[in-house]
Design a protein around this ligand. Structure first.
Ligand SMILES: Nc1ncnc2c1ncn2[C@@H]1O[C@H](COP(=O)(O)OP(=O)(O)O)[C@@H](O)[C@H]1O
Ligand SMILES: [Mg+2]
Length: 117
């Protein structure tokens, strides 16, 4: 389902990801572990297109994620949360949670006006 191959990401002289590759199968739960600075967040940022790796490929269900713009990956099922949470202070806990469902929700005008779910 997720195929990562030879991903290279550099920040100046620091090579954060040096030819990283692995696959995750459908229905498989995969954890990524490593000490601080190992490159976990950099890899998540490459998979979710926050970063574009200098080399390598990232495919999800056959789709080349690196060919997409970063706002387009969510439509292919790629979602994430951030290490430093950025919540909306004016919203409730429930409302902050619901915000995350925007990509799977297709609001329609009339049901919204009569407050149907
Ligand atoms: N935006 C950035 N600019 C410069 N260096 C970065 C940046 N992001 C990560 N790094 C460096 O890349 C390496 C991997 O960091 P990171 O991916 O945050 O590791 P982890 O999430 O495993 O702690 C570290 O050496 C870090 O300092
Ligand atoms: Mg991290």
């Amino acid at each position: 389902m997720l195929e990562i191959s030879n991903v290279v990401m550099r920040f100046g002289g620091v090579t954060a990801l040096d030819r990283v590759g692995f696959t995750v199968a459908d229905n498989e739960i995969c954890g990524l572990i490593g000490p601080n600075g190992a490159g976990k967040t950099s890899l998540f940022n490459c998979i979710t297109r926050i970063y574009r790796p200098e080399e390598g490929s990232v495919h999800f269900n056959g789709q080349d994620l690196l060919s997409l713009r970063r706002h387009q990956v969510v439509r292919h099922g790629i979602v994430r949360t951030f290490q430093n949470l950025a919540l909306f202070p004016s919203l409730s806990v429930l409302e902050n949670t619901v915000i995350g469902a925007h990509s799977v929700n297709t609001p329609r005008l009339v049901p919204s006006m009569v407050a149907r779910p």
